[in-house]
Design a protein around this ligand. Structure first.
Ligand code: 26V
Length: 801
């Protein structure tokens, strides 16, 4: 949009006056942010209205991306960037004597997701709008996001994330679009006069789903799409006192708090209620919207694509069946054909224990009508497939089995497309996790490698690098990220390589300032910034990184005169509150940090910082400052990873196993520009197959490893008596489930090589440049375009070069 600075400052001052009835100088940064947010939302209102009108007028096919998590990060700067008014607004505010950065930081960062899955959904919303695609998000407006993490005595403590305390400037409450969602009660089928069977409900608990819409502005294209988040409320009733406090609480609880991903899907009834709540509300509103302009269901699947982001929204399948059967009198066959043609499903995890399953008794009690439909899906599946594939395979893959509703199987059976999120992951789905279903429906399976929103993770997060790149190759890459490849022409331009190093130094200083202020730890910015940022999980192996820190510490202690390349090890990670082992790893790393950081003989050579409360905003600060990107999951376990892509595009070199999208990153940037090590997925599966992994052998054969692992239990690290033993036992007594000891030596060898290579600034920056230049292919724009072409069959406007 076009905006003159003078108009903006007048508008802003008026907004402040109207909202707070005080002079600008008397307002806080938070108030300034809120006023600014309202103003920007108003600036964007025309685009938003026009976009939805134009989709309707052209009868465009709509995509609905269903995700139980959206992790959008702060929206002020990205809205300003996408609306093309970032410079005007920041300069206007500066000229009013205000601190733009402080205003941006006053915005709460909505933590409505756990990690990669939720952040991916948010990146895809940005890309759909930026491609001019009719893409809608559908999720939950949690009253409290993922807990706020603080450390007390090195232990993680969880505090509530009250992100809505001051309201959400970006949302619009649309009570007139609310839907009723039914839970519990009894249901039976009653014959109607025309002979049709109709469900009759008795004693159900009804919940009102109220949508809150957030505009998703596209990049410089005047398109604004909608992210719709549902909130649970009391249904309107003539007499609201009819509800007991217990009933009110039960309704409030549905959208009160995001569940933390704790690697084991636990099968909690509230979580199932959350899943049906937003699946049903979303599906009802889609059908209602479709019938605004259509009179028959005939074109439904040509006009609507519903995407199931992991199994959490799988109930859209039986819910659409319910609507079509019960409310539109469809035959089963027609309804099923429409449903499967509409739905597509992405799997995000290889871990068996994370696959969602619900006990049938719980499911039936909570969703009796939906259960009847799932039963019928199951029955027909068995009838159709048993003659071809036999009892065993069909039993193993049917939606109902072992007394459970198996969500992933239901998702595959009810969708026309099933995809993994990196080539290796997709192969493993076919070979292992969903192998039987792959035999039955090979045509459904495909790969869509994840992508990231470069505009947030490079253009906004790393302004100095963006400026440097723009100066060198222009700005075409902002809308065509693959153009970053043209940077590789400068790989021998030593002046440019030094400029890259300067940019990195600026970003490292910014992070160091933060660490100084918040943690009172002084970082040496000429040290290697070695970064591992992701949820804390055993398979991600933060423990392996911790063992390396112990090794470096002992090495300095043993050889005080040795010339070492200084290091700063930087962690960011939340552990699920009930994930005991993960919390022990946090405690150990914090204890190690205390030991190392306060040892005067170590000085500047080694520092360890575990930055509390990792999330999108901290990611934006840490990622541009990274020299090394630790992507060290046990091969085969990390479906894709996306922090690997964010770090790559900011010039970090990967220290990586051949897992998830690391494989593709290495391929794109060239193996000579990364540090890869360790067992491959085939090696890991080989061990499983033969059952002959013996962690103890690796331990027995390596005296250095014995000393390092031993230091977990010999009081070298103060304050970790129980945690140290627990981890020690996980490695030696319980045979090291994630092959930490098997990969230790190879990992250390690469770390030593890094320490050596880092000293050659030009060679290092050349490899950093190779990473930046190759990173464009991991833009979410391309990923979303592939979804649109191969799965959703929706058009988009922007031409990607
Ligand atoms: C599971 C559970 C189970 C217990 C209740 C809460 C909860 C919340 C989320 C999850 C699923 C986590 C799956 C996930 O985040 N997968 C990640 O997806 C990323 C995007 O595709 C991918 O890059 C990561 O490799 C993958 O771990």
């Amino acid at each position: 949009m076009k905006l003159k600075e003078a108009k903006f400052t007048t508008d802003f001052i008026n907004e402040i006056k109207a909202m707070y009835a005080v002079d600008l100088k008397e307002t806080s940064s938070l108030e300034q942010f809120i006023a600014l947010g309202h103003l920007i939302k108003r600036y964007d209102a025309d685009n938003w209205t026009r976009t939805s009108k134009s989709y309707r007028k052209n009868d465009d096919k709509q995509v609905y991306y269903f995700s139980i998590e959206f992790l959008p990060g702060r929206l002020l700067q990205s809205n300003l960037l996408n609306l093309d008014i970032l410079d005007t607004v920041s300069s206007g505010l500066k000229n009013l004597g205000l601190d733009f950065e402080k205003i941006c930081e006053a915005e709460p960062d909505p933590g409505l997701g756990n990690g990669g899955l939720g952040r991916l959904a948010a990146c895809y919303m940005d890309s759909m709008a930026s491609l001019g695609m009719a893409g809608n998000g559908n999720g939950i407006r949690y009253r409290y996001g993922l807990f706020k993490q603080v450390f007390m005595n090195g232990y993680q403590v969880e505090l509530p994330d009250d992100w809505l305390r001051n309201g959400n400037v970006w949302e619009v409450r649309r009570e007139n679009r609310a839907c009723l969602v039914r839970f519990g009660g009894h249901v039976w089928l009653q014959e109607q006069e025309d002979g049709a069977l109709r469900p009759v409900y008795d004693h159900t608990d009804d919940v009102l789903a109220v949508p809150y819409d957030i505009g998703m502005a596209g990049y410089h294209n005047d398109v604004t799409n909608t992210l719709r988040l549902w909130s649970a409320e009391l249904p309107p009733s003539a007499d609201q006192t009819y509800y007991s406090q217990q009933q009110r609480d039960n309704i409030d609880d549905i959208t009160k708090v995001l569940y933390p991903d704790d690697s084991n899907a636990e099968g909690r009834s509230l979580r199932l209620r959350q899943e049906y709540f937003f699946s049903s509300a979303g599906m009802q509103s889609i059908v209602r919207h479709y019938f605004l302009d259509h009179t028959s269901l005939k074109y439904f699947a040509q006009k609507v694509a519903v995407h199931i982001n992991d199994t959490h929204p799988t109930l859209v399948i039986p819910e659409l069946m319910r609507i079509l059967l019960d409310e539109y009198d469809c035959s089963w066959d027609t309804a099923w054909q429409i449903t499967a043609a509409t739905m597509s499903y992405t799997n995000h995890t290889i871990m068996q224990e994370a696959l969602e399953k619900w006990p049938i008794d719980m499911f039936k009690g909570l969703l009796p009508r939906i259960y009847q439909i799932v039963e019928e899906i199951d029955r027909r599946y068995r009838v159709e497939k048993t003659p071809i594939f036999g009892d065993n395979v069909v039993d193993r893959t049917a939606p109902l089995g072992d007394g459970q509703v198996r969500m992933a199987y239901l998702a595959v059976i009810g969708s026309h497309s099933v995809n993994g999120v990196a080539p290796l992951h997709t192969e493993l789905l076919k070979k292992d996790v969903l192998a039987d279903l792959y035999r039955i429906y090979p045509e459904k399976f495909n790969n869509k490698t994840n992508g990231i929103a470069d505009r947030r993770w490079l253009e906004l997060a790393n302004r100095p690098l963006t400026k440097l790149i723009d100066h060198k190759i222009g700005t075409d890459w902002h809308s065509n990220p693959k153009q970053l490849q043209t940077l590789s022409a400068f790989e021998n331009d030593t002046e440019f390589l030094h400029q890259l190093a300067e940019v990195k130094a600026i970003n490292k200083q910014k992070l160091a300032d933060y660490v100084q202020e918040k943690m009172n730890i002084t970082l040496n910015t000429s040290a290697i910034f070695d970064v591992q940022i992701k949820r804390l999980h055993a398979y991600k192996r933060q423990l392996l990184h911790a063992l390396e820190i112990i090794r470096e510490y002992l090495d300095i202690k043993d050889h005080p005169k040795k010339d070492v390349t200084p290091r700063v090890h930087i962690f960011g990670a939340k552990a699920a509150p009930s994930y005991h082992y993960a919390k022990s790893v946090i405690k150990v790393i914090n204890a190690l940090a205390d030991l190392v950081n306060n040892d005067p003989t170590i000085g500047d050579k080694l520092k360890v910082v575990f930055i509390p409360n990792y999330g999108v905003s901290l990611g934006e600060l840490i990622i541009p400052a990274a020299d090394i990107s630790e992507q060290i999951s046990t091969a085969s376990k990390e479906a894709s990873g996306t922090s690997n892509m964010k770090l790559m595009t900011n010039g970090a070199l990967s220290l990586a196993t051949m897992d998830g999208a690391n494989i593709d990153i290495v391929k794109a940037a060239g193996a000579e520009n990364e540090y890869t090590f360790g067992l491959t997925a085939d090696d890991v599966y080989g061990y499983y197959h033969r059952g002959d992994y013996r962690a103890r052998t690796f331990y027995d054969d390596n005296p250095e490893l014995q000393r390092i692992v031993g230091s977990l239990i010999d009081n070298m690290i103060p304050g970790i008596t129980t945690e140290g033993h627990e981890i020690y036992d996980s490695l030696l007594q319980y045979n090291d489930e994630y092959f930490v000891l098997a990969d230790y030596a190879a990992y250390v060898a690469k770390q030593e090589k890094i320490s050596h290579d880092f000293n050659d600034v030009e060679a290092w920056q050349k490899r950093s440049l190779a990473n930046i230049a190759a990173s464009g292919t991991f833009s979410a724009d391309y990923a979303v375009a592939r979804y649109a072409e191969d799965i959703w069959q929706v058009p988009y406007n922007r031409i990607l070069k």
